[in-house]
Design a protein around this ligand. Structure first.
Ligand SMILES: O=C(O)CCC(=O)C(=O)O
Ligand SMILES: [Fe+2]
Length: 300
C-alpha cells in the first residue's frame, strides 16, 4: 500500500470525521492529495466504518509503541514458547500410528521438518474427505478482520472443526501429543489445495498489533505455532519457504513442517516469515493446524 495508515493520517481522519466531513468529501481530499483509489477507500473504511475505539487506538502512543515492539528482529535473541523438546533430542517420536521422524531442524526461525506425521492412507482419506468441501482461500482483512479473497493466496481450502470426523479427531489428538499443547488450542485442521501456479506468498502466521483487523483476531488469543502437513507428493515446486532462514522444505506425503514464533511474553519472531512457493507441476494438498496460546473458541 503506497500510503499506510500511520498516526498522522489517523489523526487527520479523526479530525475530519469530528468536523462532520462526509465520506465522499474525505475521499475527494485524499485523491486530491495523490492517494490512489484503493488507499483512499481503505482510509475511508477506517474513518467511517470502524468502531471509534479502533481509530482512537491508532492515535494511542502506548499502543503504537507496543506494536513496534511486538516483533523480534534477527539481531535480537528469541525463545519460542512452543518448542518440541523431544524433536530436539531424539530422531523419532513415538505416536499412535508409529514413529514420527525428525528430518531437519532450524533454531532460528524455529522450524522442525518431520516425516510420518500421517500415514499415506490417512493422507488419502483426508484429501477425499475435503475434496468436495473446498472453496477459494481467504486472508484476514487488515482493516476490519473479515475474510478477503486475495491474490497473495491462490489456493482453495476447507476449514474443518475440531473432532469433526473420526480421522480429524485422531489427528487433533496426535498433534496435541506431538506438540505438548492441548488440542483445544488448535483452530481446527484447515485443508488446502494448490493447483499449478498457485502459491501462498510469504507472510506471518501470528497476528500483528499494528493492523486493526488482525488485532481484533487477538481477542481469541495469539498464534504461537503452525504445523503444515503435506498430504501428497508434488511433482515440482510447492515448497514451504522461509526466506529469512534461507530454508525450504519440499512437500512429501505425510511429512510436515512445524514452526514456532511467539515467546512466553507474546513477542513474535519476524524471522518466521514464510510462504508456499508456486506449484510448478502436479497439485499440492496440505493440512494446516494453527495453534493459539490459549483455548480457542471461534465464535467467542
Ligand atoms: O503452503 C505452504 O507450504 C505454507 C502454508 C502456510 O503458510 C499456512 O498454512 O499458514
Ligand atoms: Fe503460514
Amino acid at each position: 500500500m503506497a500510503n499506510p495508515i500511520n498516526k498522522a493520517l489517523a489523526q487527520w481522519l479523526f479530525d475530519r470525521r469530528n468536523e462532520g466531513f462526509s465520506r465522499e468529501e474525505v475521499r475527494a481530499l485524499l485523491i486530491e492529495h495523490q492517494y490512489v483509489e484503493e488507499d483512499a477507500e481503505r482510509a475511508c473504511v477506517i474513518a467511517f466504518d470502524c468502531p471509534p475505539d479502533d481509530l482512537e487506538s491508532l492515535l494511542d502512543d502506548d499502543l503504537q509503541a507496543e506494536a513496534a515492539n511486538q516483533t523480534a528482529t534477527w539481531i535480537e535473541g528469541f525463545e519460542p514458547s512452543a518448542r518440541i523438546k523431544l524433536a530436539e533430542t531424539q530422531n523419532a517420536i513415538p505416536s499412535d500410528h508409529g514413529d514420527i521422524k525428525v528430518v531437519c531442524r532450524s533454531e532460528r526461525p524455529y522450524v522442525i521438518g518431520l516425516a510420518n506425521v500421517m500415514t499415506a492412507e490417512e493422507c488419502k482419506e483426508l484429501i477425499e474427505y475435503s475434496r468436495y468441501r473446498i472453496s477459494r482461500a481467504m486472508v484476514v482483512s487488515p482493516i476490519d478482520g473479515s475474510d478477503l479473497v486475495d491474490d497473495r493466496r491462490t489456493s482453495e481450502l476447507v476449514m474443518h472443526s475440531r473432532g469433526e470426523s473420526p480421522l480429524i479427531a485422531k489427528l487433533d489428538e496426535r498433534i496435541s501429543q506431538l506438540t505438548g499443547i492441548p488440542s483445544d488450542h488448535g483452530e481446527g485442521l484447515q485443508v488446502m489445495r494448490y493447483g499449478v501456479g498457485a502459491e501462498y506468498a510469504p507472510h506471518y502466521d501470528y497476528f500483528a498489533l499494528g493492523s486493526l483487523g488482525e488485532r481484533r483476531h487477538l481477542k481469541h488469543g495469539q498464534r504461537v505455532a503452525s504445523l503444515v502437513i503435506y498430504l501428497n507428493d508434488v511433482d515440482a515446486g510447492g515448497e514451504t519457504i522461509f526466506p529469512y532462514g534461507d530454508l525450504s522444505i519440499s512437500p512429501q506425503t505425510g511429512h510436515a513442517s512445524y514452526f514456532a514464533y511467539t515467546d512466553k511474553d507474546g513477542r513474535c519472531d519476524g524471522m518466521s516469515f514464510h510462504g508456499g512457493a508456486p506449484v510448478r507441476a502436479g497439485e499440492k494438498w496440505i493440512a494446516t493446524m494453527w495453534i493459539r496460546d490459549r483455548p480457542y473458541v471461534a465464535s467467542e
